[in-house]
Each structure stands twice: as C-alpha cells, then as structure tokens.
Ligand binder design. Structure first.
Ligand code: AMP
Ligand code: ZN
Length: 494
C-alpha cells in the first residue's frame, strides 16, 4: 500500500508519489502575523504537520516550507495605528506563532518571511510584465491579466468564461465569486510603508509572496501545496495563474486543503463569542495535549466541531494513553512472550499505517491504538503480558506518537509559559482559576499525584529503584513533599 491523498486539483483521491525518489517538497501557506493564532488556524497547521510526520515515518525526506506573511493591508494599517514599524509590529506575533506551534506539537517547517523576498518579488513582476501577463497602472501598481491565463479557475472549478477583462481588485480581502485582475504589487498610499524596488516603490500582494517563495525554496514544480479550504479561491487559484503562466510548468502537483473548523456547531467568529486563540484555551486551564488530540481526532477533510465537552474527552483519552505507557514501562513482567500480545501490537501498527495511508484517516488510527490499549490493559490486569511483549506494545505506541505527538507529559511547563506571558502582558484577569491552580500546585492534579505515588511504591517494592527514584524526583520537582510514615507514604504540597 502507498499513501493516497485527496487532490483538490483532480477532485479525487490519488496515490501520492513525489517527483523525486524518496523526497517530498511541500509548502503550506502560513500565518499572517497580525494577531495570535486561533484554533482554526491550528487545525490546518496540525493537519499539515501530521502529513509531513507521516511522510517521514514512511521513509521520505521532507522539505517542508511555510511562509510568514509579515506584510499586508491589515498589518500596515495596524502598525500605522500603533505608530510602530511593520517589522516591530509583526516580530511580536511571529514569535508568538513559533511558540504556539511548538506548544501544540508542530515540528517547525522552514519558515520564510515575505519581507525578506521583496527583491525577488519585484523581479517576478518584471518578468510577468515582459511577457505581457502583468501590466502597470497609473498609480504604479501592477496587476495580473487574468484573460492571459485561460485555465484560470481550474483549481476552484469556477467558470470564469464571462469575466470582465481588465476589471480589477486591489484588496487582500476578496469578493469570493468574481474573477478580477488581481494586484501583484501595490503602489504605496500616502503614509504607508513601502519598499523601493526595480519596478518602483510599493509592496507585494499576498498571492505573489507565496508563488515567489515556494518556487525559490522548492523549485518551479513541487509535490504538494497546502492550506485551509478558504484559500482555494482566490489565493491558490492566483498562485497557480502567476506561477504557471511564467514557467509554463505545473506549479504544485497535489493540493491539500483542510476543512474549516467549527466551534460549538458554528463558524468561529468574534461576534458570536466562539473565537478562541490557542492561548485563550490554555488560559482557561486546558492542556495543549488535549487541544492537539481533539484537533487530530477528525480526518482533515471532515467537519470537526470543536466543543468543550470534546476537549474534556480528549484530555481523558490522552491520559489513558499516558497511563498505559507508564504501566508498561514501570511494571515488572515474567520472562517470555505471549503470541496474542505480539499480534495485538503488530495488528495495531498495521492498522494505524493503513488508516493514515487512506487519505490520513486519523480517527481510524486513533481507534486502532485505543483497541490495542483496551485489550492490553485487560491482559495487564490478568497478568498475561510477558517481558518480550512490552517492547512490541511500546513500539506501537511510539509509532502512533510520532504522528500524534501527545504522550510527552510536558503540559505543565507549557501552561506555565502561557501563565507567565499573560502576567507579563498585564492580562491577569484572563487567567482562569483552573490555570492558576494547575500552575501553583505544580504539574499534577491530586489524582495524578496519588497515582504516581502508588507507582513509585510498586516500583520500590519490586526493587526497581531506578523507576521509583525517577518518580520521586518528578514529584518533588513539582513541589510535592513526600514523607514516609509508619502508615505508608504521605504527601503534601509545599
Ligand atoms: P491566516 O493567518 O488567516 O492567513 O490563516 C492561516 C491558515 O489558517 C490558512 O491556511 C487558513 O486557511 C487557515 N484557517 C483560517 N481559519 C480557519 C478555520 N476556521 N479552520 C481551519 N483553518 C483555518
Ligand atoms: Zn499562500
């Protein structure tokens, strides 16, 4: 079997074979850095992260590039309002994006900034002008001549037969249904930030950024281009038009689009009060691992409805996986191997792989690992697991986590970082009692502490001092005082 992916261009699920042997070149449209990323953004970024993780796991080397849009209409407007430079304004949010992506378990792609490719963008426009595909207007802006690209609409399957030649749009915010000559390059308006270039003063349009940077990093034709479903038109349609009319070659071979996230059944919007940045959720006391788990629980093309109930369930699921891993790695087992356990682990691994190969069916992959955990937990209770079964089961779990990335118990430190950030920004009022408690009481809830102490005692009694000492120092590190009394172990918070 091989990986099969839905390709928006062909409207079909196709076998994914990269152009170069064992090497995948892929690009995702990244954030526009004028605010903190919301959970819809992160649904998309996590889906692409899982794709690249799975490609690596499948043996490919992956060159994954993401742009940072650090100049656009809104950025220029907001920076001017705040009286700071574009660079000062965006630096803060770019840093926040990098931190948030790491917090939610995204492996960092190669990041490229629009403002560092201005010269190349001006050159690109000049080349289009030379071919008469772009034209300059009186004010010094440049537009793409849509009539010069008859295939326009091939990605979004829109029919632009009757479009107006020469009708223009110069905003980054589009009327979704009309094809207009779009701005490649915008002349500066009075008081606006601009760059002096070979084609005159101004700044690049958003579509141009992605064409120039993706081809510079990955070549004129690369394997896969990704983004949220809203980008199909006009953004990706325009990227194709610019790139292909210049090179005469296919731009991206696969188009990977992630369905929009709903929150409590509705489209996320500030006016509905259901708009959440990642940091908002952590401020409410939710763990990053629960958020990631929930965002991965529905395949990327299906509707995912983010609810707070779902988030609670996700936390329980992650906890179950971590407990299972802990039970296996701290327990003592009789020597030998149990064929039933060996095949349980192998089947789970195989099912995970075939599920992910099936257009990244993450829900099925999760179901596969949970079935394994359920059966193996029963086997643990019945003392049916032998020493040689442990590595096989742990390996299946690790393979799962190479993609899903929720097992490492570092939520406490990440939540503390958000707590510190909110405090430094003077946003104490946004820190929930839950987050405050989680941070103040160290990393663990009471139930987690009890559990860890029980494990520590089991390990000590089994003379597994390495494990018992590790658990003890983990607890003391989190501010828990452990005392041995004649009635057993007592604990309290410092
Ligand atoms: P932006 O920062 O607005 O340019 O968006 C960054 C990425 O997030 C793009 O790929 C968008 O398509 C994607 N995106 C925005 N809103 C949502 C949403 N509600 N659900 C999923 N993806 C989204
Ligand atoms: Zn883009």
């Amino acid at each position: 079997m091989a990986l099969r992916l839905y390709n928006t261009m062909s409207s079909q699920v196709e076998e994914f074979v990269p152009l170069r042997d064992r090497e995948v070149r892929m690009y995702a449209c990244g954030p526009t850095v004028y605010g903190y990323g919301h959970i819809g953004n992160f649904r998309t970024f996590i889906a692409v992260d899982m794709l690249q993780r799975f490609l690596r796991q499948s043996g490919y080397s992956v060159h994954y590039v993401m742009n940072i849009t650090d100049v656009d209409d809104k950025i220029i407007r907001n920076a001017a309002q705040d009286g700071v430079s574009v660079q000062q304004y965006t630096a803060k949010f770019e840093k926040a994006f990098v931190e948030d992506a790491a917090m939610i378990g995204i492996e960092q792609p190669t990041l490229v900034r629009a403002t560092e490719h201005i010269t190349q963008m001006a050159d690109f426009v000049a080349r289009l002008v030379k071919k008469d595909i772009a034209y300059r207007t009186e004010d010094g802006s440049y537009y793409f001549r849509i009539a010069s690209f008859p295939q326009y609409g091939k990605l979004s399957k829109k029919d632009f037969g009757g479009m107006l030649d020469g009708a223009r749009v110069d905003l980054d915010e589009y009327d979704k249904d009309s094809a207009r000559d779009f701005a490649l390059w915008k002349a500066p308006k009075p008081g606006e930030a601009f760059w002096d270039t070979s084609i005159g003063p101004g700044r690049p349009g958003w579509h141009l950024e992605c064409s120039v940077m993706s081809m510079e990093e990955l070549g004129e034709t690369f394997d896969l281009h990704a983004g949220g479903e809203d980008l199909v038109f006009p953004h990706h349609e325009n990227e194709i038009a610019q790139s292909e009319s210049l090179t005469g070659k296919t731009f991206a071979r696969f188009w990977f689009h992630v369905r929009f996230l709903l929150v409590e059944g509705e489209k996320m919007s500030k006016s509905l009060g259901n708009f959440y940045t990642l940091r908002d959720l952590v401020l409410k006391g939710h763990k990053p691992s629960s958020i990631r788990y929930l965002l991965t629980s529905v395949p990327y093309r299906n509707q995912l409805n983010f609810t707070f109930d779902g988030l609670k369930q996700a936390a329980v699921s992650v906890e179950r996986l971590r407990n299972f891993q802990q039970r296996l790695s701290t327990g003592t087992f009789p020597s030998g191997s149990n064929p039933a356990m060996q095949s349980l682990a192998k089947d789970a691994g195989d099912r995970m792989k075939t599920s992910l190969e099936d257009d990244l069916n993450t829900a099925q992959a999760q179901a596969a690992i949970f079935e394994m955990v359920r059966s193996a937990n029963s086997a643990l209770d019945a003392s049916e697991i032998k020493q040689d079964d442990v590595p096989a089961l742990l390996t299946a779990l690790e393979k799962f986590d190479e993609i899903f990335a929720v097992l490492k118990d570092d939520d406490g430190a990440k939540m503390k970082a958000v707590f510190d950030w909110a405090s430094s920004e003077g946003r104490e009022k946004d820190i929930s009692a839950e987050l405050r408690e989680a941070v103040q009481s160290g990393r663990f809830s009471e139930a987690e502490i009890e559990k860890k102490i029980a494990e520590m005692e089991t390990a000590r009694r089994g003379r597994n001092f390495k494990v018992s000492d590790a658990l003890r120092s983990e607890l003391t590190g989190a501010g828990i005082v452990i005392e041995n009394t004649k009635d057993g172990v007592r604990w309290r918070r410092k």
